[in-house]
Design a protein around this ligand. Structure first.
Ligand code: X2X
Length: 343
């Protein structure tokens, strides 16, 4: 009897010191947080939910990931995402390289203006040596890259007029993420960049506080019905925006090897599915996504190679400035992979 009450007291004492978020049996938490910058209805948010669902099903509920959309874990400040991830506030992320590039300079590789000509080039870079190097450097900073997803090539829209040459952008107020290279690029093109978090940006479009913005067509512009605010689109593929499924190293290590494998596999599958969704309608001969913009009243300018090169030329100083910040070797390796992909 004494023994029993002793055990009971021990149990009471333990339950007072063990936080309620921890499940006793396997040491796993009841809930893991996953950060996403955009809302749940966009393909990006949906990709995160898909991943969380796969993990929950395949671990029989042992690992329960809750997706926190709309930058809610960092009070709207999207460029803080890597910091909260590293600290473990967000155990998982489905993140854009753009939002982490203020903290992790090599990720600006994907922000180099007019650097990636097409999806083949991107896949060669993320799926090859550069992708592996990025995974290593993230790992050194406390985070494991599980798989790539995609936001897409970022295309310009605006309310002022058609843009087919750099001069057309002159003086245009364009909303960009608060990331220095975007400011440099827009300034080099003669535009007037305005920093803004995504959460505030949509209100700014509505109120006409800015004239334009840049985001991927299928992943963002169609779901937010950008035609409500902007009548002109320019398909210029100026920057590619890959997404990354990631987990905090310490959190990953707290799972059994079997569960770690389930997590990796779920990220690969959710990433492949999500990438296919956001590319649909943007690769010839299926250009139905551009038709969606047109059928909603937008004038869509698709730059040809020569026109695109005029923009590239204009932003050359941005490239020159950022190569050393990103790392000369990393850029050179990427350039080789891109060249090989075009043969
Ligand atoms: O803020 C943006 O433009 C967005 C949603 O595309 C990113 O998070 C990079």
């Amino acid at each position: 009897m004494l023994k029993k009450s002793g055990l009971f007291l021990l149990f009471v004492a333990m339950s007072m010191i063990i936080p309620s978020t921890i499940l006793a049996a396997n040491g796993y938490k009841k809930e893991y947080k996953m950060s996403v910058v955009v809302g749940p209805k966009l393909p990006w948010g949906a990709g995160a939910t898909k991943f969380a669902d796969l993990v929950r099903e395949r671990t029989d509920g042992r690992i329960n990931i809750k997706v926190y959309t709309s930058s809610s874990l960092m009070a709207g400040k999207q460029t803080n995402e890597f910091l909260i991830h590293r600290q473990g506030v967000a155990e998982f992320c489905f993140a854009s390289t753009i939002n982490w590039s203020t903290t992790i300079k090599p990720l600006n590789l994907f922000n180099l203006p007019f650097f990636f000509p097409d999806y083949k080039a991107l896949d060669a870079v993320t799926g090859g040596e550069v992708g592996a190097e990025i995974a290593n450097l993230l790992h050194d900073k406390g985070v494991t890259l599980l798989a790539w997803g995609e936001n897409g090539f970022r295309e310009l829209t605006n309310s002022k007029g058609p843009v087919s040459k750099p001069e057309d952008l002159h003086g245009m107020k364009v909303r960009v993420v608060g990331t220095p290279i975007f400011i440099d690029t827009m300034k080099a093109l003669g535009a007037n960049p305005v920093n803004m978090n995504w959460g505030d940006a949509q209100v700014a479009f509505q109120q006409g506080v800015v004239d334009g913005q840049e985001n991927p067509v299928v992943a963002i512009e169609i779901p937010v019905k950008i035609w409500q605010f902007h009548k002109y689109a320019t398909i210029w593929r100026y920057v590619i925006d890959p997404l990354m499924f990631t987990v905090n190293n310490k959190v990953l290590a707290s799972f059994t090897p079997e569960d770690q494998e389930i997590i990796r596999q779920a990220a690969i599958e959710a990433g492949a599915e999500q990438r296919a969704i956001v590319r649909k309608g943007l690769i010839a001969p299926d250009l139905s996504a551009l038709e969606t913009l047109r059928s909603n009243g937008m004038e869509v300018v698709v730059l040809n190679q020569q026109e695109r090169m005029a923009f590239r030329e204009k932003t050359k100083p941005v490239y020159d400035k950022w190569v050393s910040k990103i790392g000369k070797d990393l850029v050179a390796t990427a350039e080789k992979a891109i060249e090989a992909s075009q043969k």
